[in-house]
Each structure stands twice: as structure tokens, then as C-alpha cells.
Design a protein around this ligand. Structure first.
Ligand code: TXA
Ligand code: MG
Length: 342
């Protein structure tokens, strides 16, 4: 299959919308990461997403809408909890996914057999235009091959999925750079399943208490059933061995322990002080910049095949930093060296 690379003009978005209507697959830009979209109400179309990505069928997808009113129009949920409404009104369009009880309009391919559905209204104008023109909600996971970092440019999507999908719309670099925050309101207490651009503090200020799922910071026990199936899969993991190094003497530690097969994934300010090859993960204290840069840095690390070990700075976990840490600790396979303990 020849994958079309489309620009973000009205005419090309219209072309992409036709592909969606015909049951095809389109890589689309969102403000978080690129998504791989199909008509969410067409189970056969959605099944193709799993094939193209090599994604396990038991991992459900997010349904993207262009306006909150489409939840009712397309009858996507069996109930729209009050707190979900508050969050949707406060943070949509934007990087927040809300899990709610699903209606029977949601194909089993989307929900992967669960009785809930994840819904998000992205803020990227191209994504919203595409959903409107396609006249259907769009189911979309991140547009990467399963196991590689989520794509933040159209080129990343092409490099993973060219030949396996119908088209990609180039809408520039994703602004947030990490996937959306996922919260479930299908449980008794609201629970954060995946941190992202909307922070825990923002969620709490809107609806009060929000639990943080264990899987956000910790490796799941083999036998335990995750609240979100995606959390049990290995993610974002470069071929090199990534180790998070926690503590103020990070620079000394890396310089002392490095050889020519070692690199550092570090703050911009660290670069002049390090004697090894470096990958910039953004400025210290600027968590939004770190979120924006992390996946590109992980892809660059993967391109440097001579590197075997990467010592990564341990990011601060407040605000959007929680999302950066959550993705990095997965890339590191939960391997952390705490210098204070040595
Ligand atoms: O920013 C994003 O969320 C991007 C863009 C394209 O919107 N999408 C994305 O999708 O990251 P994906 O499929 O890579 O991640 C969705 C996560 C997975 O971990 C999945 O298991 C979880 O959300 N999820 C989806 N539906 C769920 C449900 N009904 N219950 C629990 N978890 C669910
Ligand atoms: Mg993904």
C-alpha cells in the first residue's frame, strides 16, 4: 500500500475524511502526539488499526470527537457522570481523555471487551476539522508501531507506518509531545490512569479528590489486572539500556562511570559539564519543554546504534513532570539508581 503524505489544507483534509468514511486509516496530528485514526463506529475499520500497529487486541482505543455535543449525538456513553461533564467543560478541547460507561454503539474492537469507553476532544484544529468532515467520531491510538515511542511529527509516523496505512496529514510538530492524561470516572472514585498535559492538580481543582493508580509510578505485578490494559505493555523503550539516575551528583556520577558506549539524557544546562555524548531533554524546571522534547530524544537515541547505556536525569515529578517521569521510567524498564543510597 502506498501511504499518501497530505498537507493540512482544507482540500487535503477533505481527502483524508473520505478515506475515514470508506473505512481506511489516516495518521492525524493532535496537540499531544499523532494518532492513527479510523471510523470509531465501524468495527472492521478499527480492526485494521491493530493490524497496522501490531497492537494487542485487548488494548482499547480512545474515541476522538470534535465537540462535547457529539457524545449525545452519536450516543457514545450509557451515562455521562456529573464529574465527567465538569472535566469536559473545563479541559476540552485539550489533552484529557475521560473514561465513562460505554453505550452499545461502541464496537467491541474499540473497547476491547470492556464495558467502558475512553473519549477525548483534541484541540488541534486539523484533528477537529477531520472529525467534523468525516461526520463520525474517530478511534485513534498513537500512530507508532507498538512498543516504539509515540510520534510527534508526521515523519515519525511515516518512518513507523509507511506502506501499512492509507495516509498521514502533516500538521507540524505536536505541541504537548506526550499522550493525553487519562482519568476514569467509571469507578466509584475518579482515578488517574495516565498522567499527561492536564495535571493532577488541575483535575483536583475541578472535581476534588482524584486517586492515582499504582501503575503510574510502579511496575505492575505480573498477576494483577491493570485498570488500563495499556499499562501492562512495555512502552517507549529504546534499544539501549536506559537507567534513571536520581540525585544531585548526577553529572559526577555519569562522568565517572561512562565509557565510549555511554550517553546521557539530561537537562540542557548539564550538557557543557558532561564528558559523554548527550541528548537534550529540555531545560531544568521547564516541565512542558521536557514533555515536548522527550520522545524525539528517545528516537534519536535509537538512531545511535553504538550507544549501549543511557544515564537519564531523574525529572521532577510535579505538574507535567509527573507525565515525563511516567514515560521515562517505562523507557528505563523501572531501573533507577538513587545516588543518595550509594
Ligand atoms: O494523546 C493521546 O491520548 C493519543 C492521541 C492520539 O489522542 N492517543 C493515545 O492512545 O495515546 P493510546 O492508544 O496509545 O493510549 C490509550 C491508553 C491505553 O493505555 C489504553 O489501554 C487506555 O488508554 N484506554 C483506552 N480505553 C480505555 C478504557 N476503556 N479503560 C481503560 N483504559 C483505556
Ligand atoms: Mg500508544
Amino acid at each position: 500500500m502506498n501511504t499518501l503524505l497530505l498537507n493540512d489544507s482544507k482540500i487535503e483534509i477533505e481527502k483524508a475524511a473520505q478515506i475515514i468514511k470508506n473505512g481506511g486509516l489516516v495518521g492525524m496530528p493532535t496537540e499531544t502526539v499523532y494518532g492513527l485514526g479510523a471510523d470509531a463506529l465501524n468495527g472492521c475499520a478499527v480492526a485494521k488499526i491493530f493490524k497496522a500497529k501490531g497492537r494487542p487486541m485487548d488494548n482499547p482505543l480512545i474515541v476522538h470527537i470534535s465537540d462535547i455535543s457529539e457524545i449525545d449525538r452519536y450516543k457514545l456513553v450509557s451515562s455521562f457522570p456529573e464529574k465527567a461533564k465538569i472535566l469536559a467543560e473545563r479541559f476540552w478541547p485539550g489533552p484529557l481523555t475521560i473514561i465513562m460507561p460505554k453505550s452499545d454503539r461502541i464496537p467491541v474492537e474499540v473497547s476491547a471487551g470492556l464495558d467502558t469507553v475512553a473519549i477525548r476532544c483534541p484541540s488541534h484544529p486539523v484533528a477537529r476539522e477531520l472529525i467534523k468532515k468525516a461526520e463520525t467520531p474517530i478511534a485513534a491510538p498513537s500512530a507508532n508501531l507498538s512498543g516504539s515511542p509515540s510520534p510527534t511529527t508526521a515523519l515519525h509516523v511515516m518512518s513507523d507506518l509507511s506502506g501499512r496505512i492509507d495516509a498521514v496529514i502533516d500538521g507540524g510538530v505536536c505541541q504537548v509531545g506526550l499522550e493525553s492524561t487519562v482519568i476514569t470516572l467509571a469507578t466509584e472514585k475518579p482515578r488517574l490512569l495516565r498522567p499527561g498535559g492536564i495535571t493532577l492538580e488541575q483535575l483536583q481543582s475541578a472535581i476534588g479528590e482524584v486517586e492515582v493508580d499504582d501503575a503510574v509510578f510502579h511496575k505492575l505485578n505480573e498477576n494483577c489486572k491493570p485498570s488500563s490494559p495499556g499499562m501492562k505493555y512495555k512502552h517507549y523503550s529504546p534499544k539501549a539500556d536506559v537507567i534513571i539516575v536520581k540525585g544531585n551528583s548526577y553529572i559526577d556520577y555519569v562522568n565517572k562511570n561512562a565509557d565510549d558506549k555511554t550517553a546521557a539524557l539530561c537537562y540542557t544546562e548539564d550538557i557543557p559539564k558532561l564528558t559523554v555524548k548527550t541528548f537534550d531533554m529540555g531545560s531544568k524546571g521547564d516541565m512542558s519543554q521536557q514533555a515536548h522534547m522527550l520522545f524525539e530524544a528517545l528516537r534519536q537515541i535509537d538512531k545511535s546504534t553504538e550507544i549501549k547505556t543511557v544515564y537519564a536525569r531523574c525529572p521532577d515529578t510535579d505538574g507535567v513532570g509527573m507525565a515525563v517521569y511516567n514515560r521515562l521510567i517505562r523507557a528505563a524498564g523501572f531501573e533507577v539508581i538513587s545516588l543518595e543510597d550509594i
